[in-house]
Design a protein around this ligand. Sequence first.
Ligand SMILES: NC(=O)c1ccc[n+]([C@@H]2O[C@H](COP(=O)([O-])OP(=O)(O)OC[C@H]3O[C@@H](n4cnc5c(N)ncnc54)[C@H](O)[C@@H]3O)[C@@H](O)[C@H]2O)c1
Length: 385
Amino acid sequence: MNLLRAAVIGTGFVGPFHVDAIRRGGYGEVVAVAGSDRERTRARAAALGVPHATTDVGGLLADPAIDVVHVCTPNATHVALATAVLEAGKHLVLEKPVAVDAGAARGLVELAARRGRHAAVALTYRGYPMVRRARELIAGGELGALRLVHGGYIQDWLANPTDYNWRLEPEAGGASRAVADIGSHWFDTAEFMTGRRIEAVFADLATFLPRRSRPVGGAALAFGAASGPTEDVEVRSEDAATILVRFEGGARGAAVISQVSPGRKNGLSLEIAGSRSTLDWDQEDGERLAIRARSETRILTRGPEDGPGPGPGIPSLPAGHPEGWAEALRDLLRPFYAAVASGARPAADAAAAPYPTLAAGARCVAFVEAVLEAARTESWVQIRG
Ligand SMILES: NC(=O)c1ccc[n+]([C@@H]2O[C@H](COP(=O)([O-])OP(=O)(O)OC[C@H]3O[C@@H](n4cnc5c(N)ncnc54)[C@H](O)[C@@H]3O)[C@@H](O)[C@H]2O)c1
């Protein structure tokens, strides 16, 4: 694999994990980071040992030496930045949700295809070895005919009225908050594991904290409780959602999505019942999955065969040395960087790509829109996309 040159736009919470993933995966050299605040971006670059820091994204994209650009900024900036990256002829890694509306998301899919650039979306949970194992087991018929898929994604980092973040502001995060931010991961992981598309949704949204304390002078960076002077503001997006889903082929399901459930940190879970057995997986114990039948329960653990395979960079930890979210992002990007390094054009059929494409990202946005519409109209809504 050639050593590629990468840049990361956005150096808040997730951006530094992209820097780490590129380095630990041995995919390339991180030559620059870009941010919205000069001093903060410089400090981040110094802390991460990245040689160049800028607030001038246009200048960064004009550098012919940069091959791949990661966009790790708030949701509402994704489409404009991703468009600029692709127009500049760079390959793209884009954070989810790829857009705050489905039409713009579809536009990005078309642009990447026209430009012939590889474009991956950080649908991180697909990178877990046991999520991939679950997908293989289900595809191999281990569970029998699928019946029920349920679980959720529950957190507590917005449980108090003093918890504040740009995700609360539709101008930055989009019309949906909990569903777009984390429900989209549950949706994608459910479809990825089962290999089935969710056709329709019915949903109920709840805003338990209708007012919050917003830091004066701007929203906090990710996961920060308000400190210093605050102002009382109205909350315009959902704290939680309960969603019913119908899969192609007849399976049914349900998800509880919440950012306000005290004591729950990053509880992404899925239980999938078939005619023969039931599989369950929980992100917080992500190196194991259970297969339950009427007279036995088997706990499967990550083994050497579950690794991402040989590649450059620091190898995966041996089984028994827990890996998790950061390694999933690293491993998700391995086939993307291999595809870029190969010089081959992206597959015309997005489903054939070895990494989650913009089409998968656009499907998550279509899911979010369908959930909002279902809640508004109190009816089942087909997912269009
Ligand atoms: N895949 C995952 O598991 C995962 C996890 C966390 C966050 N995310 C996604 O990553 C994105 C960023 O989230 P975060 O939690 O890191 O946010 P954050 O607020 O911590 O960081 C955002 C960064 O973007 C910078 N920024 C804002 N506007 C910019 C612009 N126009 N140009 C350049 N830089 C700009 C800010 O200065 C900040 O450094 C979101 O879309 C979020 O949904 C994904």
